[in-house]
Design a binder for this molecule. Structure first.
Ligand code: ATP
Ligand code: MG
Length: 572
C-alpha cells in the first residue's frame, strides 16, 4: 500500500485526552479516533491490526473444535430477566427501547442468547460436547470508560460458550480453552499469566483471567503471586494468611472516650493518639441493596468491596452517603464506630476479633474510643475475610511463600458457569440414563480491541509503537528518503513490488516529505522493519534495513533487501 493513498492521520503532538502511553500512541500514530466516551473509530492501520488479532483468535478457536456463529447484538429483555441479570448487571447493561416501548439489551455478553439458542434444539447427550463462539461488537455502559480501547463502551470481543453433559467432559472442554488462550496470546506476541478471578455478575463456580504483565499505569489490575508456589490471583480474589495475632496476649484495659479534634482519617487519628494503624478498626458504612451494613477492617488494611458484596450476596453495594452516615451514627463522616450502632449489621474482617484495646470512632464528632474490646463493648454479627491482600503477606495456598504483586491488563477471561444459565433458562438434554439434565456450561472471552492495545502498552518506546510482527498492520515500510530523486523512487518501488511477490505486506512512504518527517512517522506507526532507500547507500547499490525493536540498522545490497527482510521477520 502507498502511504499517499492510505488514511494515516499522524499527529505531531500528544492528544490531551490520553492518560496512558498506548492510548496516546494509537491516537498520535493515526490508528484510532474517538467518537464519544469509550467509542472509537478504527482507522485503516488499526483495522488491519484488529483483523490480524481476529484471524489468530479464529484459527485457534477452530483448532480447539469450537464453531463460529454470529448472534444478534439486540436482545429481548425477557431473556435477561429470566437469568436475573436484568437486575444484577445493573447500570453496566446497555439498554434500549423499541417503538412498542419494549425493553431491549445491547449485548455485552451472550450467555442468555446462546442458552436460548440451544434450549429445545440440542436434546441429547449425543450432540455434546458443543462449543460455539463469535467475534462481535459488544456494548457495556462502563462506569468509567477510559484508556482508549482498553475500557470501551463499544468494543470487539470473541466470546465462546461450551455445553457439556457432565463435570468430567466439562473439565476437558475448559482445559482446551485454556490451552487455546495461551497459544492465541503467544501468537499475538504476548506472554500471559493466568490468575484466579472473582466470578462477579457472571456467576458460576470459578473463573480465570489472562493477564499481560506491564509495569505501567495501563495495567488496571493488581495481581498477587506467591514466590514459592503457583498461586496467582487478581486483587478482587487474592487472599493471604492472617498475621500472628500477638494482641491476644494483652489484657483488657478500661474503655476511654477521647477528644480527637479535626482528626478523621486513619493517619490523623493514629498520629494524634500515637497508636499504630493496625490498632485502629475502621468502621465503614455501606448500603447493600439499600440496607445499611457496617464493615470493620483494621486501619492498615484496604477494604475489598468485591469480597464484601459476595459475602452479603447483594446486587448493589455502595458506600453510604454522608446523609445516611449522619442519620445512623449521629456524627459526621469519619467518626463512625461499632459501639451503640443501632439497627445495623456489623460484618468484621477476620483480623478484627484478634484485636485487643483498639481505637474506633465514637459516633460523635471529634471523638474516638480507646481500649475498645469486642464482647465487652460491642458485638460483631458476622466475621469473614473482607480485606485486600497486601504485598509481603503469606501465601494462602502453600502457607510458606510471600506474596508479591504486578500490574496486569486482562485480555481474556474464562468462567466455569456450571448450570446457572441452563437452569435459569430451562435448557436441558436427555442423558444416557434417560434423565433430563441441565447443560454444564463455560464461557470464554477475549477482548480483541483490548488485546491489540495491550500489545502497544507492552511494546513501545519514546518514539512510538513497536508491533509484534504477527499483528503489525504491515511487516515492512519502504522509505525512499527523497521522492524527487528518480533513482531512489525507482529502487524503492522495485523493492516494494518484490515484497508483494514474496508475500510480505509492505507500506511504501511515497510522500513528498522531508526524510526526518518520514523517519519520525515510521517510528511512530511502529512496523517491525523499515527499508531506507537513500542516495548515499545507493551509490554502492545498497539500502539500509532498520529493525524497529532493536534499533539495529543493517546495510544490504539492494537486491538482497527483501530476502533479508524475510529472514529477519521469521525471528520477530
Ligand atoms: P474487566 O474486569 O476488565 O471489566 P470483565 O471481567 O468485565 O473485564 P469479561 O466479561 O470477561 O470482562 O469480558 C471478556 C474480555 O473482554 C475481557 O477479558 C477483556 O479483554 C474484554 N473487555 C471487557 N470489558 C471491556 C471493555 N469495556 N473494553 C474493552 N474490552 C473489554
Ligand atoms: Mg467489566
Amino acid at each position: 500500500m502507498k502511504w499517499s493513498q492510505t488514511y494515516i492521520p499522524t499527529l505531531r503532538d500528544d492528544p490531551t485526552e490520553a492518560e496512558i502511553a498506548s492510548h496516546r500512541l494509537l491516537v498520535r500514530a493515526g490508528y484510532i479516533r474517538k467518537l464519544a466516551a469509550g467509542v472509537y473509530n478504527y482507522l485503516p492501520l488499526m483495522q488491519r491490526v484488529l483483523l490480524k488479532v481476529t484471524q489468530i483468535v479464529r484459527e485457534e478457536m477452530n483448532a480447539s473444535g469450537a464453531q463460529e456463529i454470529l448472534m444478534p447484538v439486540l436482545h429481548p429483555s425477557e431473556l435477561w430477566r429470566q437469568s436475573g441479570r436484568w437486575e444484577t448487571v445493573g447500570r453496566e447493561l446497555m439498554r434500549a427501547r423499541d417503538r412498542h416501548d419494549r425493553d431491549l439489551v445491547l449485548g455485552g455478553t451472550h450467555e442468555e442468547v446462546v442458552t436460548s439458542l440451544i434450549r429445545g434444539e440440542v436434546k441429547s447427550y449425543r450432540q455434546l460436547p458443543l462449543n460455539l463462539y463469535q467475534i462481535q461488537n459488544k456494548f457495556r455502559d462502563e462506569i468509567r470508560p477510559r484508556f482508549g480501547l482498553m475500557r470501551g463502551r463499544e468494543f470487539i470481543m470473541k466470546d465462546a460458550y461450551s455445553f457439556d453433559k457432565d463435570e468430567e467432559s466439562f473439565k476437558v472442554a475448559y482445559q482446551k480453552m485454556l490451552d487455546a488462550y495461551f497459544k492465541t496470546f503467544s501468537r499475538c506476541g504476548l506472554e500471559t499469566r493466568m490468575v484466579e478471578a472473582d466470578t462477579g455478575a457472571m456467576g458460576g463456580k470459578a473463573a480465570h483471567e489472562f493477564m499481560v504483565i506491564v509495569d505501567t499505569e495501563g495495567g488496571e489490575n493488581i495481581i498477587f503471586y506467591c514466590d514459592k508456589c503457583d498461586y496467582a490471583a487478581n486483587m478482587d480474589k487474592a487472599s493471604s494468611l492472617e498475621e500472628n495475632p500477638q494482641e491476644e496476649e494483652e489484657s483488657e484495659k478500661p474503655l476511654e472516650k477521647v477528644a480527637t479534634p479535626d482528626a478523621k482519617s486513619v493517619e490523623e487519628v493514629t498520629a494524634f493518639l500515637d497508636v499504630p494503624a493496625r490498632k485502629l478498626a475502621k468502621t465503614l458504612l455501606y448500603k447493600a441493596d439499600g440496607k445499611v451494613v457496617a464493615a470493620m477492617i483494621r486501619g492498615d488494611r484496604q477494604i475489598n468491596e468485591i469480597k464484601l458484596e459476595n459475602f452479603l450476596g447483594c446486587i448493589n453495594l455502595e458506600m453510604a452517603d454522608a446523609q445516611t452516615v449522619e442519620k445512623i451514627t449521629g456524627a459526621a463522616v469519619g467518626f463512625a464506630g461499632p459501639l451503640n450502632l443501632k439497627g445495623v449489621t456489623i460484618v468484621a474482617d477476620e483480623e478484627i476479633p484478634r484485636l485487643r484495646n483498639f481505637v474506633t470512632g465514637a459516633n460523635q464528632n471529634d471523638y474516638h474510643f480507646k481500649n475498645v474490646n469486642i464482647g465487652r463493648d460491642f458485638k460483631i454479627d458476622q466475621v469473614t475475610e473482607i480485606r485486600c491482600a497486601q504485598e509481603g503477606e503469606t501465601c494462602p495456598r502453600c502457607e510458606k511463600g510471600k506474596l508479591y504483586t504486578n500490574r496486569g491488563i486482562e485480555v481474556g477471561n474464562t468462567f466455569m458457569l456450571g448450570t446457572k444459565y441452563s437452569q435459569a433458562l430451562g435448557a436441558n438434554f436427555l442423558d444416557v440414563d434417560g434423565k433430563e439434565k441441565p447443560f454444564i456450561m463455560g464461557s470464554y472471552g477475549i477482548g480483541i480491541t483490548r488485546t491489540a492495545q495491550a500489545a502497544v502498552e507492552k511494546f513501545h518506546d519514546e518514539k512510538g509503537i513497536i508491533w509484534p510482527a504477527s499483528i503489525a498492520p504491515y511487516s515492512v515500510e519502504v522509505l525512499p528518503l527523497n521522492v524527487a530523486d528518480e533513482m531512489q523512487t525507482r529502487v524503492a518501488f522495485e523493492i516494494y513490488e518484490k515484497t508483494k511477490e514474496q508475500g510480505i505486506e509492505a507500506l511504501i512512504d511515497d510522500r513528498d516529505e522531508r526524510a526526518g518527517v518520514k523517519f519520525n512517522d515510521a517510528d511512530l506507526i511502529g512496523l517491525p522493519l523499515r527499508i531506507n532507500v537513500g542516495a548515499k547507500s545507493l551509490k554502492e547499490n545498497k539500502v539500509e534495513i532498520g529493525v524497529r525493536k532493536t534499533r539495529e540498522v543493517i546495510s544490504v545490497g539492494q537486491n538482497q533487501a527483501v530476502e533479508k527482510c524475510k529472514e529477519l521477520l521469521s525471528d520477530l
